[in-house]
Design a protein around this ligand. Structure first.
Ligand SMILES: C[S@@+](CC[C@H](N)C(=O)[O-])C[C@H]1O[C@@H](n2cnc3c(N)ncnc32)[C@H](O)[C@@H]1O
Length: 329
């Protein structure tokens, strides 16, 4: 299929901006906006951080700023920032700090992050810090299991509801939708849909747009690209847009997996891959409970290959590496 020149990039972007995100933003407004940060800096911890930072010799970085950033990111996303990642974090923040016109990271922390109306800046901080690496049909064995074992077992006419938790820039939920549509098909199963959630508005904007440079389509076969994407021509050369049949099946929403409820028995399948690895143990437990509750009995959970141990419990039955099934009782 060809994405005609008349449907220029600007048009498809405007279209996507208006999509879904208004709903998501409303949701985010109602989300927990607790402004309380609990910090306990011991002198020993401070001097340890100071020593590490001195070794990194980064300009303008002080242990209090480090602790403020670490606590905000943890409080809002559950992501635990290891001290070893400070140089990377500094790289990601440096540009933002300069854009806002602050000369030190300390000013940025006290004025932008802790000052009046700092909520938006805190969300942006999480956006900048979080790691969003993803790709189409990542871990192909998950999609083989979904397409060959799960979907056929669910009956041709029964609707399927799937959650992509931590969906990043959309490649994961669109891959799920493509699997649901089946190879070469374009008729969605009745009422089947993929709910795709992430904490980052930045990645959700890209996801809702559904527009990818061709080099991002690795993982898809030629046939899948032909069937499920509109190829850009003219000014859109080098880009492909997810076809409406696929896009219409996916609903994006901004949601923090830590303080939102995902409902009870709502999903036959949940993908929650490469999200919990950044969480501390308590948050991982919280997430496990949430996902367990959200799955129907016998429902399937796909996790990242590095996250297996978190899920082996009496509540989940091991199916295959990084695939678990909610026990019926
Ligand atoms: C490494 S990406 C994984 C993307 C995809 N699941 C995959 O495996 O290809 C992790 C995603 O989790 C999101 N994330 C991190 N903490 C989150 C939270 N508390 N609630 C929702 N999403 C979160 C990040 O914004 C990021 O997009």
């Amino acid at each position: 299929m060809a994405l005609s020149e008349s449907m220029a990039l600007s048009e498809s972007m405007a279209l996507s901006e208006s999509m879904a995100l208004s709903e998501s933003m409303a949701l985010s407004e109602s989300m927990g906006r607790s402004d309380f940060l609990t910090r306990s800096y011991s002198m020993t911890a401070n001097s340890r951080i100071k020593a590490r930072l001195a070794r990194l010799s980064l300009p303008g970085v002080d242990p209090v700023s480090y602790a403020i950033i670490r606590d905000i990111v943890h409080e809002r996303s559950g992501i635990k920032l290891p001290k070893s990642k400070w140089a990377l974090i500094w790289n990601r923040l440096n540009r933002r700090i300069r854009t806002l016109g602050y000369s030190t990271i300390r000013d940025y922390c006290t004025e932008a992050l802790e000052g009046e109306g700092s909520y938006a800046e805190r969300d942006l901080l999480v956006d900048l810090i979080s790691t969003n690496v993803t790709r189409f049909f990542r871990e192909p064995h998950h999609f083989e299991y979904l397409s060959r074992e799960l979907i056929p077992g669910m009956g041709a006419n029964s609707p399927i509801r799937i959650l992509s938790a931590g969906c990043s820039t959309g490649e994961e939920p669109y891959s799920i939708a493509i699997a649901l549509l089946g190879s070469g098909g374009s008729k969605p199963r009745p009422e089947s849909r993929v709910d795709a959630v992430d904490i980052s508005t930045r990645v959700l904007r890209t996801a809702a747009r559904g527009l990818y440079s061709l080099d991002r389509l690795t993982g898809l076969s030629k046939g899948q690209i032909e069937a499920f994407f509109l190829r850009g021509v003219g000014v859109c050369q080098g880009w492909a847009k997810v076809a409406p049949a696929v896009q219409n099946m996916v609903k994006f929403q901004r949601l923090s997996l830590l303080n939102a409820t995902l409902g009870t028995g709502r999903y036959a399948v949940i993908f929650c891959r490469n999200v919990s690895i950044y969480f501390e143990k308590a948050e991982q437990e919280n997430l496990r409970r949430q996902l367990h509750q959200a799955l129907v009995p016998g429902g399937t959970l796909f996790v990242g290959h590095a996250e297996g141990l978190v899920w082996s419990s009496k509540e989940f039955e091991y199916v295959r590496p990084s695939i678990y099934r909610k026990r019926a009782t």
